[in-house]
Design a protein around this ligand. Structure first.
Ligand code: A2P
Length: 282
């Protein structure tokens, strides 16, 4: 039987809880501390933050004050775009650990690839950043390393390295299905995480998703999260609302059938934020 505590095995054997708690747009201070504390009380054991979210300190406080043994919580953070590069990655990682006040990190990701749109030497920049992360991983300061928002061509440039990416966290929801990147990751054993699994709210009024939700007596948000799990990806829903935080874990008393999955596969692309990794200005 599947449960909210199910984990996925990363390529190096580390177990990562499949459902993570997203914190993008949770404000540093009371809001983020309360949201993460509530999530941990309700059973989430995987918390996703980033230096760029500006709330690492709050995440650290909630994790440390939870009373849950450190090794039972999986904590992810990300290296910001302005800090790419070999030396910069070490300093930035140290800052993240000072913010979190934790002894080690479970997963560290390059937040966005350097891309050819902005950098002539984009491949080298990503490789240099990756080399620093690999050293931190080998020193035991990080249990697993990966990337975020990497498309197949960005990933390819890292595939000849000593330690290859274990996770790719991408924008993914029923209105943004990312077939090519998912297929590439699957072929190379890279675990896919879904940011914005609810389309940051944009897709929750869709009538097709509403039909599926009604059929299962569930909410559209739950259909989106169940879909992410059924396509073997790990959703990271964000909420600061206790009832929603709870609801977003209640995904194991129903499943989407073939008809539902086919309907979702036919939906137009309407769930994107518009931040394409090769076009963004960062
Ligand atoms: P809030 O944080 O105010 O509860 P995503 O994870 O795709 O980025 O989506 C996050 C957005 O979706 C937030 O605006 C959040 O609102 C909202 N949200 C999270 N869970 C639910 C839910 N179960 N039902 C409706 N809206 C939700």
């Amino acid at each position: 039987m599947q449960t909210k505590h199910d984990t996925v095995r990363l390529p190096n054997g580390v177990q990562m809880p499949k459902i993570g708690f997203g914190t993008w747009q949770s404000k540093e201070g009371d809001q983020a501390i309360t949201a993460v504390s509530t999530a941990l009380e309700l059973g989430y054991r995987h918390i996703d933050t980033a230096a760029g979210y500006g709330n690492e300190k709050s995440v650290g406080i909630a994790v440390r004050n939870s009373g849950i043994p450190r090794e039972e919580i999986f904590v992810t953070s990300k290296l910001p775009n302005s800090k790419r590069g070999y030396y910069s990655a070490f300093e930035t990682f140290k800052q993240t650990m000072d913010n979190l006040e934790l002894e080690y990190l479970d997963l560290y990701l390059i937040h966005w690839p350097a891309s050819f749109h902005r950098f002539q030497d984009w491949e080298q920049i990503n490789l240099d950043t990756w080399r620093a992360m690999t050293e931190l991983y080998k020193q035991g300061k990080i249990k697993a390393i990966g990337v975020s928002n990497f498309l197949p061509h960005h990933l390819k440039a890292l595939m000849e390295t000593e330690v290859t990416p274990m996770v790719n966290q991408i924008e993914l929801n029923p209105g943004c299905r990312q077939l090519e990147t998912r297929a590439y990751c699957q072929q190379h054993g890279i675990v896919v995480e879904a940011w914005s699994p609810l389309g940051s709210g944009r897709i929750l009024n869709d009538e097709n998703l509403a039909k599926i939700a009604k059929k299962h007596n569930k909410s559209v948000a739950q259909v989106c999260l169940r879909w992410a799990l059924q396509i073997n990806t790990c959703p990271l829903p964000k909420s600061v609302t206790p009832e929603r935080i709870k609801q977003n874990l209640e995904l194991f008393d129903f499943s989407l059938d073939q008809e539902d999955l086919e309907l979702i596969d036919k939906l137009p692309d309407f769930g994107q934020s518009g931040n394409h990794p090769d076009k963004v200005n960062w």
